[in-house]
Design a protein around this ligand. Structure first.
Ligand code: ADP
Ligand code: ZN
Length: 724
């Protein structure tokens, strides 16, 4: 037998395998955990990471493949490897899928260093024309310069430079690489803080200086200066020479946030989100890894950036469900950010005017500390909130804005102030109905109505993207011109506003009318510069914006989020409407908020009306505690899907029969999932609910292992679902 054995190491690959695979270590290589390596996999070479722990010996020595190379890339840090393991373990996602988020494959292969020109030394004999002399003069300082710069400095064409290189007068030379992100200056003068702000800032500075893990909730009404306060924690982190990460739920928010940052620190931070070009992504990733990006502001995936010395993690608007990633690896960026902070021994700061019940419960249990800013900055008062009972004062037929709201908007516009109409629904109308036969236009792939988008002359499914031209005749009964839009979307409200306020300059803000951060930034600028009188928006307008001239907010349908059986609907509605209300009256002029509702006595409306969120949250807590609903118990959802209803039912029932049981463990379902059909797949849901002291992951693992897998059936796991 040929000599076998030798060293083997586990290598994790960015694919949904159950774990790392062993590879053989060739004699000339010495891979360590974290090294980025090239390994053979199914006749290809793939990038992977040498993982920790002992090899699993699942493959015999004779079939073991060798590592092909160790790449010249920054090794994956131990804290990120632990984060990958942690996320995989917590969410039950395959570790390779989590690794894939952490590994920006395209950033791993090093760029060729940029090349410019320097003078040959000694210079060969040559006839020097005037242009050539100018090139020599431009390089006299011996600093290499790139071609474009040299062409400009010497006023010559590329051909001159090429000819000089051919003649041996110019030699290629690497250009110095400048750090792409300037160091923010922590001592750049910031605003003078009020005593309350000062106290909170001091506590956060202390947390940042302690260089140890802690979690602090910074809460306070909208406009109380939470951002200014946590920027002081960022400043302290910079003084400590460590890096800071600020997570925002919506990258559209970032334009105003960036100018705030710029004002406070004199320079811009690094930005991280999924829309970056691959070049920017690569530069940023490498700068972070090299410790040359002192502050990163980003969306949830920024959590996996390779900070060598992360000293602070801020999660702004921590209550936002946008932090939950729903596709691929299903994880909550807020919770994983806290894990990351713990692994780096850094403080985490959760920021919100309307903290989630999870966070409130953690404060009450003494796990997090709380800093509170009681007042709006600069004496600005909180907006005055009033309800419009749509049963008493209905809008005119075919309209959606009730007379008191129209009146208030007119008065606001007459004073030269700005108003905003909020409706969390894109498109023209959520339902198209045939007046003749009652047929409803439904998505063929989903349990959902098709939403009319009139500007695009389409009916669209907001779940799968299916779209059709708006039909002339009803597909069920054939009646022509009988299809009617039912209910409003922002497009329809815009149409009504144009007719009702013909003089007003309107701006629509929705994710489909403002694609990307630049469009949102431009919209924000237009609003700040008073080029707009009336803003009509979906939830994109709710979050974080500071519009000093906006004094009236009208919520077209305050009841919208309350429909459906979701236990969390009330909490989310309160948070969203409170955030929207917070856009009004952020400067000297007082703000007003009008909520149109059919249920003014609903606890959500009463809490908003009286500005008493604490009582509301206490009531929510009291409802969830007895049944061990989150955050007082643990919850995981299993979504079973198949391409027929029967197959989904059978698989869900099989799963139900194998459900875990025991003291403090409850399984609910199977029942139709909230979207019973999605993209043509029939979905059933089972919920596993346990007491807080029982971890759901081992139960889920044993459960899933106990039922046979069928290739046509999928089971998706969602630990801590955001709706239930
Ligand atoms: P929040 O994050 O709590 O909504 P912000 O930090 O956005 O509040 O503050 C609201 C507005 O008040 C911002 O324009 C901010 O620059 C301003 N502001 C807050 N505190 C101060 C201060 N101490 N001095 C000057 N301006 C402040
Ligand atoms: Zn659909």
């Amino acid at each position: 037998m040929a000599p076998q054995g030798g060293r083997r190491v586990p290598v994790l690959l960015p694919y949904p395998f159950p774990g790392p695979f062993d590879y053989r270590v060739p004699r000339d290589l010495d891979p360590r955990p974290g090294d980025v390596v090239l390994v053979p996999l199914n006749r290809r070479e793939e990038v992977g990471v040498v993982w920790d722990g002992p090899p699993d010996h699942a493959v015999g020595d004779n079939r073991l493949k060798p590592i092909a190379a160790i790449l010249d890339a920054p090794p994956m840090r131990e804290d990120i490897r632990r984060l990958v393991d942690w996320v995989a373990n917590y969410t039950l996602a395959p570790p390779g899928d989590v690794l894939n988020m952490a590994l920006r494959i395209n950033a791993l292969r090093p760029d060729a260093p940029p090349v410019g020109w320097c003078l040959a030394d000694p210079l060969p004999e040559n006839r020097l024309t005037e242009p050539r002399k100018r090139v020599l003069a431009a390089l006299a300082e011996r600093q290499p310069r790139g071609s474009p710069e040299l062409m400009q400095a010497a006023g010559v064409s590329a051909a001159v430079i090429r000819a000089m290189a051919d003649a041996g007068l110019l030699l290629p030379a690497p250009l110095p690489v400048e750090p792409p992100f300037a160091r923010p200056d922590p001592d750049h003068p910031g605003p003078v803080l009020s005593p309350d702000q000062q106290a909170a800032a001091a506590a956060l500075r202390e947390a940042a200086a302690a260089r140890e893990f802690s979690v602090t909730l910074l809460d306070g009404v909208t406009g109380s200066g939470k951002t200014e306060v946590y920027l002081e924690a960022v400043a302290e982190c910079l003084r400590q020479g460590r890096q800071a990460l600020v997570l925002l739920p919506e990258i559209a928010l970032s334009s105003q946030w960036l100018s705030r940052f710029q004002r406070r620190f004199g320079v811009a931070p690094a930005i991280w989100h999924s829309d970056l070009t691959s070049r920017v992504r690569r530069t940023t990733w490498r700068a972070v890894a090299a410790g040359q990006a002192p502050v990163v502001v980003g969306a949830r995936s920024a959590l996996f950036l390779p900070f060598p010395d992360l000293g602070l993690v801020v999660i702004d608007e921590e209550h936002e469900t946008a932090f939950k990633q729903e596709d691929g690896v299903v994880y909550h960026a807020r919770d994983m950010a806290i894990v990351r902070a713990r692994l780096c021994e850094a403080p985490a700061v959760l920021v919100s005017a309307t903290p989630s019940l999870e966070t409130v419960a953690n404060v009450e249990a003494g796990r997090y500390r709380r800093l509170h800013l009681p007042d709006r900055h600069g004496g600005a008062s909180l907006p005055e909130i009033a309800l419009i009972d749509l049963r008493d004062t209905p809008p005119e037929r075919g309209h959606f804005l009730a007379p008191p709201l129209v009146e208030q908007i007119n008065a606001t516009l007459a004073r030269g102030e700005q108003a905003m109409l909020f409706l969390n629904r894109r498109g023209y109308a959520p339902l198209t109905l045939c007046r003749t036969c009652g047929h409803r236009m439904q998505c063929p792939n989903c349990t959902a109505w098709l939403v009319e988008h009139r500007a695009r002359r389409q009916l669209q499914c907001h779940h799968c993207g299916h779209s059709i031209p708006i039909p002339v005749a009803c597909p069920a009964c054939g009646a022509e011109h009988s299809l009617t839009p039912v209910g409003p979307g922002v497009e329809r409200i815009t149409e009504e506003a144009q007719a009702t306020f013909p003089q007003a300059r309107l701006l629509v803000m929705a994710s489909d009318t403002l694609p990307g951060p630049n469009a949102a930034a431009e919209a924000a600028r237009a609003i700040e510069d008073r080029e707009v009188d009336l803003i009509i928006g979906t939830q994109i307008v709710a979050k974080g914006w500071h519009f000093p001239h906006l004094t009236l907010v009208g919520v077209v349908d305050a009841d919208l989020g309350l429909a459906g059986g979701d236990l969390r609907a009330a909490e989310r509605t309160v948070q969203l409407l409170h955030q929207v209300s917070g856009r009004a009256g952020r400067a000297e002029a007082p703000g007003r908020v009008l909520l149109q509702t059919f249920s003014p006595e609903h606890p959500v409306m009463q809490a908003l009306l009286h500005g008493d969120l604490e009582t509301f949250m206490a009531r929510e807590a009291a409802q969830r505690r007895p049944g061990n609903w989150p955050p007082y118990g643990r919850l995981a959802a299993l979504i079973v899907s198949a391409d027929s209803a029967d197959a989904a039912d059978i698989a869900a029932r099989d799963l139900g029969r194998a459900a875990p049981h025991g003291d403090g463990i409850t399984v609910l379902g199977p029942a139709p999932a909230p979207l019973a059909i999605l993209r043509g797949r029939h979905r059933r849901r089972l919920l596993l609910k346990t007491r807080r002291d029982i971890a759901v992951q081992p139960l889920l693992r044993a459960w899933l292992a106990a039922v046979p897998t069928r290739s046509t059936v999928r089971v998706d796991v969602d630990v801590d679902p955001v709706s239930f």
